[in-house]
Design a protein around this ligand. Structure first.
Ligand code: HMH
Length: 246
C-alpha cells in the first residue's frame, strides 16, 4: 500500500511522505497495547475541561429551580423538550447496548429499564401539568438528538464516553445548585439520588475500561464527543430558560 515506485524526485518525496503517514497510522494502532502513558479517562476529561463542564451543569435555569423563582413556562418548556430528548436518548441507549461487549450488558440494561420508568414518569408529570406531550422539538433539542443519532456509527468507546457524560451532566446538574424548592425536589431526586449516582459511576468504569485500550484516534473522538455534550447541555438549559411555552 505504501509502495515506493519510480518517477520524479518530488514524486518520490510525495511517496515517502505518504508512507510516513501510513507508518503514523500503524503506530496509532500499536498504541492499543502500549496505551498507559497516553491513556484517557473520564476523570481526565472532567479535569481538563472543568470550566466547560461547570457551564454545562450549573445554569441559571437550575439555580432558579433551587430558589423557586423559575417561571412555569420555562420549567414546562424544559419538561416537554426533555421528554422528547429522553425518547431519543433511549434509542441511543439501545444502540450503545448493541455495540457493547456482553460484560457491559448488566449496567446498560439496568439503564434501559430506568429509562422506561423515566418516560412514564415524564408522561405523568406532563399530564399533571396539563402539557401537550407532542410539541415539535425545538431546534436546540433537535440538534442534541441529531448528535446522538450521529454517534450510531462511532466506535463503542466513543459511544460509552458520550453516554456517561450525558448521564453525569444531569446527575451533577440537579445536585450542584443545592436543595431545590418545591415542587422541584422530585426532579432533582430523579437524577441526583444515590442509586443514579452509583449507576453513573458504573458507566464511567465501563467507558474507562474501553478507552484504555482504544487507539489515539478513538480517544480523540471520545474527547470531541465529550466536548459536544457539554456544549449541547448548556444550550439545552438555555433553550428552556429563554423560550416561551410552545
Ligand atoms: C438534556 N441531558 C438532557 N436530558 C436528560 N434527561 C439527560 C441529559 C439525562 O438523562
Amino acid at each position: 500500500m505504501c509502495k515506493l515506485s519510480g518517477g520524479s524526485l518530488s514524486g518520490k518525496l510525495r511517496h515517502i511522505l505518504l508512507s510516513l503517514r501510513c507508518t503514523d497510522t500503524l503506530l496509532d494502532t500499536t498504541k492499543i497495547s502500549t496505551g498507559a502513558s497516553m491513556s484517557l479517562t473520564c476523570q481526565q476529561l472532567l479535569e481538563k475541561y472543568s470550566q466547560t463542564w461547570h457551564d454545562a451543569t450549573l445554569h441559571p435555569f437550575l439555580e432558579q429551580c433551587q430558589s423557586g423563582t423559575i417561571k412555569p413556562e420555562q420549567f414546562n418548556t424544559w419538561l416537554v423538550q426533555d421528554y422528547l430528548f429522553v425518547g431519543e436518548f433511549t434509542r441511543m441507549a439501545a444502540r450503545v447496548l448493541a455495540a457493547s461487549p456482553l460484560e457491559h450488558f448488566d449496567v446498560l440494561l439496568s439503564g434501559l429499564n430506568a429509562l422506561k420508568d423515566e418516560l412514564n414518569w415524564f408522561r405523568e408529570k406532563a399530564t399533571e401539568r396539563r402539557l401537550n406531550l407532542f410539541p415539535r422539538k425545538q431546534p436546540t433539542c433537535q440538534n442534541y438528538c441529531d448528535f446522538m443519532d450521529s454517534l450510531a456509527s462511532a466506535p463503542y468507546p466513543v459511544q460509552a464516553a458520550a453516554f456517561w457524560a450525558i448521564e453525569l451532566a444531569y446527575n451533577q446538574g440537579w445536585q450542584l445548585a443545592g436543595k431545590m424548592a418545591e415542587p422541584y425536589t422530585e426532579f432533582a431526586n430523579r437524577w441526583g439520588n444515590p442509586g443514579f449516582t452509583e449507576y453513573v459511576k458504573l458507566l464511567e468504569k465501563q467507558a474507562d475500561e474501553v478507552l484504555q485500550t482504544a487507539t489515539q484516534s478513538i480517544r480523540h473522538q471520545a474527547e470531541d464527543a465529550f466536548l459536544k455534550v457539554t456544549k449541547l447541555e448548556k444550550e439545552f438549559w438555555q433553550m428552556a430558560f429563554t423560550a416561551a411555552q410552545v
